[in-house]
Design a binder for this molecule. Sequence first.
Ligand SMILES: Nc1ncnc2c1ncn2[C@@H]1O[C@H](COP(=O)(O)OP(=O)(O)OP(=O)(O)O)[C@@H](O)[C@H]1O
Length: 258
Amino acid sequence: MSDPFVLETQSLVKEFKGFVAVDDVNLKVQRGHIHALIGPNGAGKTTVFNLLTKFLIPTRGKILFKGEDITSMKSAAIARKGVVRSFQISAVFPHMTALENIRVALQSFEGNSFRFWKSGESLNKLNERCMELLDSVGLTEFANTTTVELAYGRKRALELATTLAMEPELLLLDEPTQGMGSEDVERVVELVRKAAHGRTVLMVEHNLGVVSKLCDQVTVLAQGSVLTEGDYQQVSDDPRVREVYMGGTATKKQEAAE
Ligand SMILES: Nc1ncnc2c1ncn2[C@@H]1O[C@H](COP(=O)(O)OP(=O)(O)OP(=O)(O)O)[C@@H](O)[C@H]1O
């Protein structure tokens, strides 16, 4: 039987000039799950994400994807393996249409295959795939709209579609509902649920309502370490989680380091 864990970190540590931002984190993300990484400000969530996508190099520890040690691989290499990050990093070109943005994403994913796409049949296939991706995020009717004219929530949906063009097996979502009103939040919840079909999602999310609706498993980080894990009900019932969310303890370690 294949390993149920798509992603695993082993004793992951990141220090910034002696300050321990990520402290011995052992994360296990199960195949097919939507897994949330939550915690108060400064808990280390973004740093963990940056380690996973190789924007940062770990001080110690290992990152495994489907059992393979990817700790020393570069971002592009792990994206080709199927670990792709979306949101927060704007991946869309504002003066292209939605369709053109998807086409660029597909062509860059296919690598150096511009010539391949030039044959009539391939171009049709490419356009079909673009429309499928736009449809999957509810943007069919905006195919020919310039991206800059799209409302914020729709821009985020387009970003997600450009990410899905890379056929991620593990989709990393960085605060997908950040800066959104409640209507857009509901739309993103549905989008993420749909995008999660047939793949695994790890997301950093501040909106606990979103986490409760979407996520199968929740890891709570505090002061760089895993405080607890479980389903939403389990972690939200944990008095230690309530304590760190109410404040007070999140900055102790940093104060001690200063
Ligand atoms: N490049 C850096 N240099 C020094 N310290 C850093 C750096 N990046 C992050 N930190 C520190 O590491 C800790 C964890 O930060 P991180 O951004 O990962 O937390 P977070 O849980 O994502 O917080 P937030 O919810 O506010 O985004 C913080 O105390 C932060 O100040």
